[in-house]
Design a binder for this molecule. Sequence first.
Ligand code: LMR
Length: 394
Amino acid sequence: MFETLTPPETDQILRIMALYAADERPQKVDLGVGVYRTADGRTPVMAAVKQAEERIWQSQETKSYLGLAGDPGFHAVMRDLILGDTVPASRVAALATPGGTGAVRQILELTRNLTPDATVWISDPSWPNHSSIAGYLGLNLRLYRYYDPETGGLDRDGMMADLAEAKPGDVVLLHGCCHNPSGVELSLQDWRDVGALLQRTGAIPFVDIAYQGFGEGLEEDAAGTRILAGMLPEVLIAASCSKNFGLYRDRVGVAFAITADDETQAKAQATLAFLNRQNYSFPPDHGARVVETILTDPGLTEIWRTELREMREGMSATRQSIADALRAETSSDRFGFLASNRGMFSLIGATPEQVEALRDEHAIYVVGDGRMNIAGLTPDSIPYVARAVAQVMG
Ligand code: LMR
C-alpha cells in the first residue's frame, strides 16, 4: 500500500539544511536554517541552561506524568515573559507544546474546530510552515502584503488595505518581532493601528513570537503583542524557546488563548488540553522545566538575560559588519537595510538563480527566497560572503 504514497515536498528551509550537510567543500557557509552561532561558528548550550539542568538532575525525583496542558509554573513564567501584567492570568488559557511549531499547530487546529471556514491571513512572505500547516488543516489562506522589495521596508498601506478585508472569526497571523524572513518590524504605532483595524473587522490576532529578545530586548520585542492583548478581548499566541533559550532540539513552546472573561478561559483551557491529548497526550517537560527553573531564580535569570543580550548585540554587530563589507564591495548602500533589519533574518533580494549561484559557485547556503540567517555569519566568513554576494548579484 505504501507504494502509492507521494512524499510531500519538504519546505525550502529543510531542503537547504540537507544540501548543506551533503556539501563536502571546506569553505561552505550555512546561512540557511535559523540557528544562532557564536563568532567561531558554534551553537553552544547556554550557561543558564546548563546550570538549570544540573539543578534539575540533582533535585528531580520523578518523571511521572504531569497535567495534559503541561506545568502551570511554566505557563506562569512564559505568561509573565510575554505578556507582563497586560492581562489577568484568569483570562489566559495556556498549553505547553513541543516547540513553537507545536503551538502554531494547536492554535490553528483550535481555529479550524471553532470556525472551519475561517481564513488565516498570513504575511507575504512568512515562515513557510505557517501556510503549510494552515493548508494541511484545510483552512482557507490569504496572504496580506507586508514586505516591499522596492524599499526593503514595510508595505504599510498594502498591509492595512488587505487586512481591512478580514471577516469576523478570521485569524490574522502576525510575527511578534523579528519578522521571519524579512527582518522588517512593525512600529508601535503600526501595532496600535493593526489592533484598531482588528477591532473593526472582528478578526482575531494570532501572534507567533519565536525570537523574543533577539530584536531590541525582551520587553521591547513583546511590546506589539502586549498592545494587542491590551486592546482586544481575544488574542491567540504561539511562543518558542528554541532561539532565546537555545533549546532547539528539546522542543519548548507554549500556546496561549487570551479570552474575554474567566468563564471562557476555563472552556478554552479544557479544549486546548484536549487537543494535546489527541495529538501527543502529555507535552515534553524537560526543556519547559529548564525555562521555569531559570525564570524563577533571580541569579539564573540574570545569567540568561546577560547571555541573551550578548547574542543580540553580537547579531547587531554582525549586521553592521556585513552591511559595511557589502558597501565596500558594491560601492553602494544597496545592502544598507541589513544593518537596520532586526532578528536573525533578512531578505537579500537574490533571485532563485542567484541563490543557486551562491550555492554552486561559492558554497554559500541561503534559503531559496533569498533569506539569509545573519546569525550564521562569522567575522571569518563575512568578507568571503560579501565578495560572493557582490559578484553574483552584480
Ligand atoms: C527557521 O525559520 O529557519 C527556523 O524557524 C527553523 C525551522 O523550523 O524552520
